[in-house]
Structure formats: structure tokens, C-alpha cells
Ligand binder design. Structure first.
Ligand SMILES: [Zn+2]
Length: 279
């Protein structure tokens, strides 16, 4: 890691070093030239405390991870979290499935008591959306052969992977265009991937429902849980991208919203498309 990549966790000012050593047992933390605080107090902290501060969305802890640590294993986190997201969608147990099953009015044994919510008004879905809606109608898993069931996991994985690539590309392009307009330096793709993996950890909060939710869990409870996780996740992404791109708050919210919409649109169209191609 080159020296100039360090940043003060309090104000975001660049720093040449995090600490200086004076002899074998004397170590002094660097002071920030801009805010006069300690550049990175977290290098002395226990990782558990850093984790707790991350969950509480502290910007200082986020700067520490993104700029002042190597965070080499971000790509493992990246893959594991895509698998987790895939697992939820494949099991027909996520906010995305609830929205699709409700809007497309998909009612069968696997959705009727778990992810389909009866709306007071009947929505009419126009083409080409309607045919992609049909692509989301699952065969009943009980009657399906294990091989097809497993194959569907890979289909869902590809689809979500594509959605995430589109999400990251949209954010990165729009943010960097905005930064260019304001004559600021562009952000590197590696930092974006690290920030994405870090923020995507908020997906872990879907685990309680995935583990303990069952056929008796009403769709409204699922909806509430996943909606809360989604909001937490949105705020987490917002905070991390604020730290990373340092552009006005309203622009970050706008670009993040656009990227989310583009991501879910991609997944919505991609799954039926891949299913058509391979069948
Ligand atoms: Zn500072």
C-alpha cells in the first residue's frame, strides 16, 4: 500500500503515515495536520470494537477499513454475500420475491402463504413486463427433480451477479462523472469493490428470517423484516459512499436510488432470460 493512500478517520484528510516508531517498543500515533486529532485511533483497537462501530455505521470505522487497512479478503466477502443473496431469492424468501410475487400476482403453493400479499386493487402488468412475470413462476419445488432445483440456484446466481455488476457500474460511473464535473479526483475501482463488500455485509441481517422463518411465517412479517433490513442496508450504502466519494448528500441518495432500481430491473429480466436460454 502506498503511503499517500492513508486518510484521517475523523476528517478524511490525506496522511503520510498512521504511526511512527521510535525504537523497538515506542510507537506514536500520527496527528492529523488538518483536524489535529489522531489520524487513525482504530489501529490500536480490538477488531471486535471496530466491528461494533461498523454495525453502528460510524464513518470513522468505515474510513479505517476502506483507507487504512489492506482488507485483502474483500473479494471472499463479495462472493459469499452474493451466495447469500442468491440463496434468499432462490428459496423465494426475500424482499425482491415478495415484491415480484405481489405485483405479478403469482399464487401457488410456495408463495401463497409466504411471499404473496393480496393487494386491495388489482394491478395490471403490461408487456414486456408480463412475460417476464411469467418467467418468475416457479415449478413446485417438491415435484422438481433435485438436479433442476440445483441448476436453478446457478441461474439465480448468474442473474444476481449480473445485477450487482450493473449496480456497481452505475454507481461508479455516475459518481465519477459528478466528481469530474467538480474537478475532483476519480475514485479507484478497488476502493469501490471494498466499500461495496463492506456495505453488503448488512445482508447478514436477513439470516434470522432465512434460518428461523418457515411456512407458518406470514408474508407481512417477512415483508416487515426484509423492509427493515433493506432500509438499514440503504443507509449503510449511503454512509459508505458518502465517505468514499465525498459528494453532496442529495446526489448520493439520488445515484444510489437509481443504481438500486437498475439492479433489480436487471435481475427481474435476467432470470427469465437465462431460464429461456438454457431450457
Ligand atoms: Zn483529520
Amino acid at each position: 500500500m502506498s503511503e499517500s493512500t492513508y486518510k484521517c478517520v475523523n476528517c478524511g484528510e490525506r496522511a503520510s503515515a498512521l504511526y511512527r516508531t521510535y525504537g523497538p517498543s515506542v510507537l506514536k500515533l500520527t496527528k492529523c495536520e488538518s483536524c489535529k486529532g489522531v489520524v487513525d485511533k482504530y489501529i490500536e483497537y480490538d477488531p471486535v470494537i471496530v466491528m461494533i462501530d461498523l454495525v453502528l455505521m460510524s464513518k470513522e470505522a468505515q474510513r479505517h477499513i476502506i483507507y487504512n487497512t489492506e482488507f485483502k479478503s474483500y473479494w471472499k466477502l463479495f462472493i459469499i454475500l452474493i451466495m447469500l443473496e442468491t440463496y434468499g431469492v432462490w428459496r423465494n424468501d426475500s424482499l425482491f420475491n415478495i415484491v415480484i410475487n405481489t405485483i405479478c400476482d403469482i399464487r401457488n403453493n410456495s408463495t401463497i402463504n409466504s411471499t404473496h400479499i393480496a393487494l386491495p386493487i388489482k394491478l395490471s402488468v403490461a408487456e414486456p413486463w408480463a412475460s417476464d412475470c411469467k418467467g418468475w413462476i416457479h415449478e413446485e419445488k417438491e415435484s422438481m427433480d433435485l438436479f433442476i432445483w440445483e441448476k436453478d440456484f446457478y441461474v439465480q446466481f448468474l442473474s444476481i451477479f449480473a445485477g450487482i455488476i450493473v449496480f456497481i457500474t452505475t454507481i461508479h460511473l455516475l459518481m465519477n462523472i459528478f466528481k469530474k464535473i467538480r474537478f475532483q479526483n476519480a475514485v479507484s475501482l478497488i476502493s469501490v469493490l471494498k466499500s461495496f463488500s463492506l456495505s453488503n455485509m448488512s445482508l447478514l441481517f436477513t439470516l434470522p428470517m432465512l434460518v428461523w422463518g418457515n411456512n407458518e411465517t406470514p408474508p407481512e412479517t417477512r415483508l416487515l423484516h426484509y423492509l427493515m433490513v433493506f432500509m438499514y442496508s440503504f443507509v449503510f450504502f449511503y454512509n459508505v459512499f458518502q465517505v468514499l466519494y465525498e459528494i453532496p448528500k442529495i446526489i448520493t441518495v439520488f445515484i444510489l436510488s437509481v443504481s438500486y432500481i437498475v439492479k433489480y430491473m436487471t435481475i427481474f429480466h435476467m432470470t427469465p432470460l437465462i431460464r429461456r436460454i438454457i431450457s
